[in-house]
Write a protein that binds this ligand. Sequence first.
Ligand SMILES: *Cc1c(COP(=O)(O)O)cnc(C)c1O
Ligand SMILES: [Zn+2]
Length: 436
Amino acid sequence: MPPGKEPMKYWLQCEHCHVRYKSIKILYHCDECNGLLEVRHDLKALAKCVSTQLFDERWRATHSPHRSGVWRYHELILPVKLSQIVTRPEGNTNLYAAGRDEKSGLRKIGEYVGVSKFYLKHEGENPTGSFKDRGMTVGITQAVVLGAKAVACASTGNTSASLASYAAQAGLPCFVFLPEGKISTSKLAQAVAHGAITVQLKTDFDGAMKIVQYVCDELDIYLLNSINPFRLEGQKSIALELLQQLNWKVPDWIVLPAGNLGNTSAIGKALLEARQLGLIKRLPRIASIQAQGANPFYRSFQTSFEKRFKVQAETIASAIRIGDPVSFARARQVILETNGVVESVTDKEILEAKAVIDNSGIGCEPASAATVAGTRKLMKKRIIKPSETVAGILTGHLLKDPEVAMMVYTRTTKAIKSTGVNPAKLGRTLKKFLHL
Ligand SMILES: *Cc1c(COP(=O)(O)O)cnc(C)c1O
Ligand SMILES: [Zn+2]
């Protein structure tokens, strides 16, 4: 570093050829090799100013930005002026004890997967109902810092709902590119209600992704898909908050659904950095779970990552209906460095797991249920051991996909269809449900 210059607190770096870029310019790919860029922090300098005690003190904050479950860790996320931050605030999602030995009704989930020490972090409890808010608060903050004139994304639904909300809060015009007829009404309704300009395309997510990149380049619009490295920085906070909720005791496993692989990458990056900073001593193993009809990462894992696959994606879990994941390379690195695994589950297994989660009282959207279905499968294969502590991520809220919820429950539902208003008769009917 030339004398007299401020130390660079963070920079963008190509994850392939490791060339560094100044973080102020709008850039997603390396000029040299077209690799994706990632945010890098000066971890040596950071190690001197962050600690678990610091974060524990901020945990009690009642005001933004430290009230946010993302910005509580702002030194590790994006060192901006605190006044520039656009936050709802997000995060602070519950970590539910759902092990086999728990006293509550959530025990059913632990019994189903066969794990005694089982936790579920419910990211569906974020402001727009999915973990995407953790990345979007950082992405939109960076858009404001960069002076972007508009923002855009391609989405299977949740990214567009989140982007629309944060763009509206920042007062930025927002375009969302969606695969026509393939996103749930709830997610579309969120984007529309928050004032986004929705562009429905006769293609799938992978096709919409290509178009949005072209449009953003042409029209100089800030792209907020997960190729945007700042979003991943925000999503790192899922892992940091999870560790903090476990009192910085590292679980043996973190299990999560995997589509575009942004979250696998972000959570892995958080853990590796946390270890380097001395916040934790060892790494959990990461298990990324894909749907069988959209499992290119799983297939690649089966070849020890020697081959890369693209598939025509089809699954009921629309949030992970992705055939050519953008963050493939960085997620592979995470699986290798955490001694992780990739598993694949069928739609039937996803829906069965979803019914267990929903019935326990917490509920989730279909993609999230892959976490529980995958944990069960890895237990059966004895890859996860019964004595191990497992933390699963539920990525989205039950109400994100009411169509699927109703489809599952119209078969098993215990509804009493329209009756007369004879109280005694109704009482007798209800009594049967109590097995009296
Ligand atoms: C985006 C999303 C995923 C997939 O995460 P990736 O980072 O694309 O792997 C899973 N579940 C839900 C609910 C999502 O919104
Ligand atoms: Zn490069």
